[in-house]
Ligand binder design. Structure first.
Ligand code: MSP
Length: 639
C-alpha cells in the first residue's frame, strides 16, 4: 500500500492580498507536497480561505461590499495567485462552503452535548485584527494587542465556552509523549511554558456580529472564527459527511499529517486545535511545523503599514522559480528572514545564473560539440574524480531526502548546491576541451560528459519540488522524460540525446541597475509642478466622475509606463490608457473599482485610443490626487 501524506497551509484570511511574507507558508507546503509525490506517496495538499469573522465583516464594510461579495472576490484572486505561483494544491476549502459549515455546526453540537462547551458570561479584551482574546496580564500597555500592537476592544457577551482547563494536563502529557509534535523544539517549549502558566476556558461564540456560522441550537450566536477555521483541516477530508473515506485514509490511518503555520498562529494550532480534537475524541494525527516571518528591513511585512512586496513584483521581472528558490533556500527553519533585493539579486546571480545555469549550458554545448548531442553510458572504468562525484551524489541523495522529510529545505538545497558545485569542479579538473584534442582520449571525454549529464539529471530531479518549471526544462534539454525518486541514483541513464542549444535559464542580473530600478519604484523620482490656478465649483462640475470596474488590463506594447485598461462604466466598456504601470500590476487591477473622468475627449496615447481618464494614486504632492482602488486599504478616499 502506498504511504500517504496530508499537508496543509493555514487558510488565509479573505480580507486582503497575499504578499511575499505570507506566500512563504504556501510555497514551502508546495515543495513538501511535490517531494512526497516524487517519493510515490499518495499526497493531498490542502489550502483555502478563512472567510468568516469580524475582521472580514469590517473589511467588507470598508470596501462597500457585502461580506460574501468580498470573500468571493478575494478567494478568486487568491486561487489565481496560487496557480500563478505554481502551487499544486489538491483542494481549496472555503469556510463559507456548505461542506465546511455543516461540519462546524455538528462539531459544536457534539461538544455542547458532551458538556465540553457550556454557556456563560464573557467580558474581555479582544483584538479584531488577530481575532483573539487577551487577558489583562497578556496585554501591552494602553490595552494594545501583544501580537500586533493594535488597540484591543472590550467585548461583552453571553457566550459559549470551550473547557480548555479540563484538557490542560492532557495536552501537556501529549506534548511530552510526542516530542516531535511541535517543531522546532523552541516553539514547543514556548507552548509548554504558556500552558503551564494556566489556561482559561475559551469563549467560542459571538452575538455582537452575524458574519459567521450560526450555532444550530442557538442561532443568534455565531461560532468563534478560530474554531470555525481550524475545523477546515477535517471538513476538507469529508469528516462527519456521508463520505469520509479521505478522513479515514489521510487522517486516521495516514502516515504523514503536517500542518504548516507561521509563529503568529502557533497558540491556536498547538493548544486549541489538539484540545478540540481530544474533546471530539478524534485522534491527534498531525505534527506542527512552525516557521518564522519574512521581514522587511523596516520590520514585519504588513498591509496596513504598506511595508510589503507583492509576489508579482518579483516574479514578473525575475521569474517565478528565482522567487520560489529564494524563499525556500534562504529561510532557515523556524527563524525569521529579512528580505532585501540586494540579497535576492546576489543569490540569483550565484545560485542560478552562475552555478546551475552555467553548468547546464556548458555541458549541453560540449555534448553537442564533441558527440553531436548523443552521449552513451561509458564502458570504461570511471576516473577517480568521477568516482568522487558519484560518491558525493549518493551522500547528497540521502541528506537531501532526510532534510526535506523534516522540512529542513534550506539544508536539503545546500546539499543539492554542493553537488552542483562539485559537478562544475569536474569540468575544471578534467578540462574536456583538452581531452577533445587527443583522439585516444575519446572514451575518457565520453565518460566525463556522461558524468556531467547524469549529475545534472539527478540535480534536476531533486529540484523538481522547488523549481518545477526549470527542472522540467532541464529534463527536456537532456532529452529525458521527467521521473520520480525511484530514479534518484547515479548511472541509470543509457543514452542522453540533448537539445541542440540550451536556453539561458537565468540571465545574469546587473545588480546595480536592478537596485536602481527597485529604488525608483519605492520613491518614484518624478518632477513636481506648481499647483494650477484655482477653478470654481461650476468648472469642477463639468468633470463627470464615474465609478467603473476594470475588466481587463494589459501592458501597452513598447511602453514601461502605460497600461491599457478595459473599464466597465455603466453598461459600456471603455478603453483607457493610463500611466500607472510602475505602481500597479495588470493582474492586481482586474475586478477593482476605479474613478473615471467619463467626459474627457477621447485621445490617442502612443497609438492606442483612450476614452476617459483614470484617477489613481501617485507619489506625495504630485498632480494626481484622487485615489479609490478597492482592496488598497491605505487609500480610501477621493480627496
Ligand atoms: N486565517 C488564519 C489561519 C487560520 S488556519 C486554521 C491566518 N491567516 S493569514 O492570512 O493571516 O496568514 C496565513 C499564513 O501566513 C500564516 O501561516 C501566517 O503565519 C503567515 N504569515 C503572515 N505574515 C507572514 C510573514 N511576514 N512571513 C511569513 N509568514 C507570514 O493566520
Amino acid at each position: 500500500m502506498k504511504k500517504t501524506c496530508y499537508v496543509t497551509t493555514p487558510i488565509y484570511y479573505a480580507s486582503g492580498n497575499v504578499h511575499i511574507g505570507n506566500s512563504y507558508t504556501t510555497i514551502v507546503c508546495d515543495a513538501f507536497a511535490r517531494f512526497h509525490r516524487l517519493l510515490g506517496h499518495d499526497t493531498k495538499f490542502l489550502t483555502g480561505m478563512d472567510e468568516h469573522g469580524q475582521k472580514i465583516a469590517e473589511a467588507a464594510l470598508k470596501k462597500g461590499l457585502a461580506p460574501q461579495e468580498l470573500v468571493d472576490l478575494v478567494a478568486g484572486e487568491t486561487k489565481q495567485l496560487w496557480q500563478e505561483l505554481n502551487i499544486s494544491f489538491d483542494d481549496f476549502i472555503r469556510t463559507t462552503e456548505e461542506r465546511h459549515v455543516k461540519v462546524v455546526q455538528k462539531i459544536f453540537e457534539q461538544l455542547l452535548a458532551s458538556g465540553d462547551i457550556y454557556l456563560g458570561n464573557y467580558e474581555g479584551d479582544y483584538c479584531v485584527s488577530c481575532e483573539a482574546f487577551f487577558t489583562k496580564t497578556q496585554m501591552k500597555e494602553a490595552n494594545t494587542c501583544p501580537d500586533c500592537g493594535k488597540p484591543t476592544r472590550v467585548v461583552q457577551d453571553r457566550s459559549y465556552f470551550l473547557r480548555l482547563t479540563k484538557y490542560q494536563q492532557a495536552l501537556l502529557d501529549y506534548i511530552e509523549a510526542h516530542p516531535d509534535f511541535i517543531q522546532p523544539a523552541t516553539r514547543k517549549n514556548e507552548v509548554v511554558a504558556f500552558v503551564e502558566r494556566g489556561l482559561e476556558d475559551l469563549c467560542v461564540s459571538r452575538t455582537s456580529f452575524q458574519w459567521g456560522i450560526p450555532v444550530l441550537s442557538d442561532p443568534k450566536h455565531v461560532v468563534y472564527v478560530w474554531i470555525d477555521a481550524l475545523a477546515n483541516y477535517l471538513s476538507a477530508l469529508g469528516f462527519y459527511s456521508d463520505n469520509d473515506a479521505d478522513y479515514q485514509k489521510y487522517w486516521v490511518n495516514g502516515d504523514t499529517v503536517i500542518h504548516v503555520v507561521g509563529k503568529d498562529i502557533l497558540r491556536f494550532h498547538a493548544i486549541y486545535w489538539p484540545i478540540l480534537l481530544m474533546a471530539l475524541q478524534v485522534p491527534i494525527r498531525f505534527k506542527l511545523m512552525v516557521h518564522g516571518w519574512v521581514l522587511m528591513k523596516e520590520g514585519k511585512m504588513s498591509k496596513s503599514s504598506g511595508n510589503f512586496i507583492y509576489p508579482h513584483e518579483i516574479i514578473d521581472r525575475y521569474g517565478l522559480d528565482a522567487f520560489r528558490l529564494f524563499m525556500t533556500k534562504e529561510m532557515p527553519l523556524g527563524n525569521d528572514m529579512v528580505f532585501t533585493y540586494e540579497r535576492f539579486f546576489e543569490k540569483y546571480n550565484v545560485d542560478l545564473a552562475n552555478d546551475l545555469g552555467n553548468l547546464v549550458s556548458r555541458t549541453i554545448a560540449m555534448a553537442n560539440k564533441y558527440f553531436n548531442g548523443q552521449v552513451e553510458k561509458p564502458i570504461i572504468h570511471p576516473l577517480d574524480v568521477e568516482l568522487e562525484l558519484e560518491q558525493l551524489a549518493q551522500e547528497v541523495f540521502e541528506n537531501y531526502q532526510s532534510a526535506f522529510s523534516g522540512f529542513r529545505f534550506q539544508s536539503g538545497l545546500m546539499e543539492v548546491w554542493n553537488l552542483i558545485n562539485r559537478t562544475n569542479k569536474l569540468i575544471d579538473e578534467t578540462l574536456p576541451w583538452d581531452l577533445a584534442k587527443d583522439p585516444l582520449k575519446k572514451d575518457v571525454l565520453n565518460s566525463v560528459l556522461y558524468h556531467l549529464l547524469e549529475s545534472i539529471r539527478v540535480i534536476a530531479l531533486m529540484l523538481l519540488p522547488v523549481i518545477p518549471d526549470t527542472a522540467k526544462i532541464i529534463f527536456h534539454e537532456l532529452g529525458l522524460e521527467e521521473s520520480d525518486f525511484s530514479t534518484l541514483s547515479f548511472g541509470l541513464t543509457n543514452t542522453f540525446q540533448v537539445v541542440k542549444k540550451a536556453r539561458v535559464l537565468f540571465k545574469r542580473l546587473d545588480i546595480e541597475e536592478e537596485l536602481k530600478f527597485q529604488a525608483s519604484k519605492q520613491t518614484p523620482i518624478r518632477k513636481t509642478s506648481p499647483i494650477k490656478a484655482e477653478i470654481t465649483i461650476d468648472e469642477f462640475n463639468k468633470v463627470d466622475l464615474r465609478v467603473g470596474v476594470v475588466v481587463d488590463a494589459k501592458h501597452l506594447e513598447g511602453s514601461n509606463n502605460l497600461l491599457v485598461l478595459q473599464v466597465q462604466v455603466e453598461d459600456k466598456i471603455r478603453q483607457i490608457v493610463s500611466g500607472i504601470a510602475q505602481d500597479y500590476n495588470p493582474s492586481q487591477l482586474i475586478g477593482k473599482k476605479i474613478v473615471v473622468v467619463a467626459n474627457l475627449k477621447p485621445a490617442k496615447v502612443r497609438g492606442a485610443i483612450s476614452e476617459g481618464m483614470l484617477l489613481a494614486a501617485s507619489g506625495d504632492g504630485l498632480p494626481f490626487e484622487v485615489v479609490e482602488l478597492q482592496n488598497h486599504d491605505s487609500y480610501s478616499k477621493v480627496s
